[in-house]
Design a binder for this molecule. Structure first.
Ligand SMILES: O=P(O)(O)OC[C@H]1O[C@](O)(COP(=O)(O)O)[C@@H](O)[C@@H]1O
Ligand SMILES: [Mn+2]
Length: 639
């Protein structure tokens, strides 16, 4: 333990004089009284990088709103949209409008953008603002920002700066910098409420983009943890990532993006599998793969699924505490009649591919299969890029987050029908509610530290998190992957949701959960992703008298049919929370050429009586502690 004296000496060494300490106290106190910064919540991005980056660029409609507030009396809606498009994609827009621009256009645009920077920066201190400026024009932007073109004495100075920039052919780059500054200023902090991976084609690009973000956090989703599990040495999580990537025709994420060699798996799959309609990949109309390539994917898809089922049987048997015996489906197959009996009903099996499944010992892996799995796993563990991405997920992510009096969880808090927390025994200890989620997090972290261990308890827990009944990330009784492939009767495909999903409609449930996580403020909310909100069927994303908000971003194209909208994101500024509904995103080109935007409709979730300041936030609490310490330091120095 550090002594108090030593601590103050260390802290004091950051300041040269008492005056410096005093001015830091004044600075921090001033920050506490600024309005709280805008938080942006997104979830279930599912590899749809293009739609995601667009939402970041337009701040879920926030940029357009600022433009409207500032310029509604001088710009038509069309002109406002054009300005918005310029701010979203400055380089691309400037390229397109090349030739149409003259000095007058530049003067005008730079002035409008400066006004917007000023307007969007009112909540920031000068020092924070300075940090948000791109380096190359920081000085010029600052000069322009703190002068106004209206005061006559400053007018010449202001105009002169802009004229010089134009004369020196620097206007384009200045405009680009101003646009990105505005993008950055309208959202202070980003929360990603899980499911960056799977289904869509570019999860890696999403992670890379998030790595450059100025301030963000992640709550892991079930589709993120299977990739984290694969990098932690879990063969079953790895097989599942391969199976899903094959299903959505995205194997190039594994091969090209993460540099993992799938050849051994393909060679093996070619030997035992053929074309099979149930395993043909889902394809987009504009896909570029040849018939042969799609057939290869179909074979890999089957190999990955059967290997996953075999590994699952092994895991279920070695972990009786997981209560997953009902998932021992390979053991239930009647090979002679090609049927299976589940919960007392016998169903015919279709599109089967059980050539490698032994009747006597269905979970048994052949030597060849063991080898393929080992080689793949080594590749997953050693992929530098995957390691970088998973490191980032661990660094920025958690099972849940308490932030500014809100609780953020991707899936759920598993509940019993009576609303009590569902409990389960792991390693001889009973867990429920918050403790259960803390336990899951410890397991994930430990497993990642030991990627050379493939079937230890902590690594197996990651699979439990993917598909176990008490998993806060899954939230359903069982995952019917096997049934979906091989049984036609849709009844068997249903995945019964945890009681949480109907109980969360009630305010008392949410209050109880918030309390479990130490939240008692009347302004607290619970924010979930994970389940698409079926607005077409009348589902409301705002539940429990406004305490519960479901924001599945609906980015995942294959799921948009069921929701009717693309989905939701959430904004939380000093005036309260607003839910934003988005239409599906078409393409960047459409935005740039036709000014098509994801039409956003806003709905107010709530509006607290008082405008929230930094003082009321999580960061505010830390600042307050810092201020108190600085006061103590002043006193310590005075003695
Ligand atoms: O639609 P797909 O890709 O077949 O996946 C279905 C599976 O995905 C899950 O819905 C989990 O994914 P989500 O987290 O996106 O809901 C499972 O419950 C279900 O079995
Ligand atoms: Mn999910």
């Amino acid at each position: 333990m550090m002594t108090k004296d030593r601590y103050y000496d260390l802290l004091g060494s950051k300041f040269n004089s008492s005056e410096e300490i005093v001015s830091e106290i004044i600075n921090l106190k001033a920050i506490l009284n600024l309005p709280k910064g805008t938080e942006h919540f997104v979830s279930d991005i599912h590899g749809e990088y293009n739609a995601f980056q667009h939402i970041l660029r337009n701040g879920s409609g926030n940029i357009k709103e600022k433009i409207k507030e500032l310029f509604h009396h001088i710009l038509t809606p069309q002109e406002q949209q054009e300005l918005a498009t310029l701010i979203y994609y400055p380089e691309k827009r400037l390229k397109i409008t090349n030739g149409l621009r003259n000095d007058e256009w530049y003067r005008h645009k730079i002035d409008q953008l400066i006004q917007l920077v000023r307007f969007s920066s009112s909540k920031y201190t000068r020092s924070k603002l300075r940090k948000s400026f791109p380096k190359r024009y920081a000085y010029i932007i600052e000069e322009l920002l703190f002068q106004t073109s209206n005061q006559t004495d400053k007018k010449n100075y202001y105009t002169q700066i802009i004229e010089t920039v134009i004369q020196l052919n620097q206007a384009d780059t200045l405009i680009i910098d101003l646009c990105y500054t505005i993008q950055r200023l309208v959202v202070d902090h980003l929360h990603v409420v899980g499911d960056i991976y799977d289904r869509g084609p570019e999860p890696d690009k999403i992670i890379e983009r998030l790595m450059t973000h100025h301030s963000m956090d992640i709550q892991w989703g079930n589709h993120d943890i299977i990739w984290m599990g694969a990098a932690s040495g879990s063969p079953i999580c790895m097989m599942n990532t391969i199976r899903i990537s094959a299903r959505y025709n995205n194997l190039s994420i594994i091969e090209d993006t993460y540099g993992i060699n799938l050849r051994p798996l393909l060679t093996y799959a070619e030997k035992y599998y053929h074309d099979n309609p149930a395993f043909r990949p889902k394809i987009e109309p504009d896909h570029t793969e040849s018939k042969e390539e799609l057939l290869e994917t179909t074979k890999i898809h089957q190999a990955a699924a059967i290997l996953q089922f075999k590994l699952e049987e092994q895991l279920v048997k070695r972990r009786p505490e997981f209560n997953m015996e009902h998932r021992l489906l390979l053991s239930k197959i009647e090979h002679d009649t090609s049927t299976i009996t589940i919960k007392g009903h016998t169903y015919p099996l279709h599109d089967t591919c059980f050539e490698t499944v032994s009747k006597e010992d269905p979970s048994k892996l052949s030597l060849e299969e063991e080898e393929v799995i080992q080689r793949l796993l080594q590749n997953f563990i050693q992929s530098e890029k995957l390691k970088r991405h998973v490191n980032f997920l661990f660094k920025k992510g958690n099972m849940y987050l308490v932030y500014n009096e809100n609780l953020l969880i991707h899936g759920c808090v598993p509940l019993n029908e009576d609303g009590s927390f569902q409990s389960i025994v792991f390693e001889g200890k009973e867990y429920s509610g918050k403790k259960l989620m803390d336990y899951f997090e410890v397991c994930l972290k430990q497993s990642y530290k030991n990627p050379e261990m493939h079937d230890d308890y902590k690594t197996d827990i990651i699979w439990y998190l993917w598909s176990g009944e008490n998993s806060s990330l899954f939230g359903k009784k069982e995952m019917t992957t096997f049934e979906r492939y091989f049984i036609k009767d849709k009844k068997t495909h249903t995945e019964e949701k945890n009681a949480y999903y109907h109980l969360r409609e009630e305010e008392a449930t949410i209050q109880n959960i918030l309390k479990e996580f130490g939240l008692n403020s009347p302004d607290s909310h619970l924010i979930n992703g994970h389940t698409p909100v079926k607005e077409v069927k009348g589902e409301n994303p705002i539940k429990a008298n406004g305490k519960m908000i479901v924001i599945d971003g609906g980015f995942s194209k294959p799921y948009q049919k069921t929701t009717g909208l693309a989905g939701y994101t959430l904004l939380y500024n000093s005036y309260g929370m607003q839910l934003v509904a988005h239409k599906p995103f078409s393409s960047v080109d459409k935005v740039i050429t036709d000014h098509e935007d994801i039409l956003s409709m806003k709905r107010v979730v709530d509006r607290p009586l008082e405008r929230k300041c930094v003082f009321n936030t999580t960061i505010g609490k830390t600042l307050l502690e810092e201020i108190n310490e600085l006061y103590e330091l002043l006193e310590y120095n005075a003695h």
